[in-house]
Design a protein around this ligand. Sequence first.
Ligand SMILES: [Zn+2]
Length: 144
Amino acid sequence: MSLPVIDLGAATPVPTPTTRPFWDAAREGRLSVQHCDSCSSYLFYPRLACVECGSRRLSWVETSGRATLLSYVIVHMPAPGFEEAAPYTLAIVRLAEGPTMMTNIVGVEPRPENLVLDMNLEVSFENRGGWVVPVFTPVVEAGR
Ligand SMILES: [Zn+2]
């Protein structure tokens, strides 16, 4: 028995008016998230209103690009369309500004000994079929 092959051609991002600033910034090599101008929370993913206070006074700000590793899995059985990338690391990172983001960890072999929870990460960007997506790489600490 073989599993059905699912055409995920539609899995590429489809920006909406709410998410377009994120993709436009990524294309310029900037990781941007929303900032609530009422309570100063940072928000990701893009929303119409602040999850903390409900305000619609949101603006887009560039982040520091720094994050820490919150959780990850090493994907050996990839989703359709990602076969050539496997194994790869699918992670949840916590941005220095606070929000969490699902992303990939790149620049290190996807092995547990290379992926230490709370490790420092920095953003980089990959062009995937015309879409520029943020990914993260471990920060090489001085003195190590
Ligand atoms: Zn708020």
